[in-house]
Design a protein around this ligand. Sequence first.
Ligand SMILES: [Zn+2]
Length: 253
Amino acid sequence: MDIISLILVFLAGAVLGSFLNILVIRIPKERGLGSAPHCTRCGQKLVFWQYIPILGWLIQGGRARCCQRPLHWMSLVVEVLTAVTVMLLYQKYGLTLTFAYFVFVVAILIVTAAIDWIHRLIYTFFVLVPALIVMLGASMIPEHSILNAFLGALIAGFAFVLLFILARILFPAKAAPFGLGDVYLSIFIGAAVGILDLMPALFYGILMAGVFSAALVIMKYSGRPNVPDYIAYGTFLCLGTIGYLLIGDLPLF
Ligand SMILES: [Zn+2]
């Protein structure tokens, strides 16, 4: 695999990342994709170079050119993460249907991770409709099958519903450590990776969430102010699955 094609795929991934950023901004506002991008701070229309993925953010030094207000660091993270992930998937699968399949999966996971981190919300339609798409699409790639996807979605959904109910019983007064959104997200992840890869795919995210929660508890008890009580559990599930897709080996079903 030559370096030129890797760079081209990286750039294409960065462009996809800036499109995902538009989704991250517009899905919570329930706005369509028709209108041109505006500054999220002051509403001014963006100039063309502000759109340039990764560079646009860096050239502006993390501050909006129009009103000097800080840009969200998440926009840069989404663009870099998408570009790197797409490039690594290309390195692993080449220009195949499997590559296209997992680029779609990763795009859904990155948007979901970013929105959950910022708003602590997972949009049902944005994970369940893609869950159906990846379940049907599973028949088109050799690493996967509809049965594998269906069983993955079923087991993941079942396990997370149990956890959800358990959390409700254990912490009735508090907001649950994770919500129904995480159940729907687990169904998407189960469909995307299939029953055979479900455990390792979820394992990384659960591990990261555990480490992060432990760090928060330590910070809280060491007297740090403004330590959040809850974490965006879905973000960790998404990142763990992306990590697994990049380093794990999907067995043939
Ligand atoms: Zn502005």
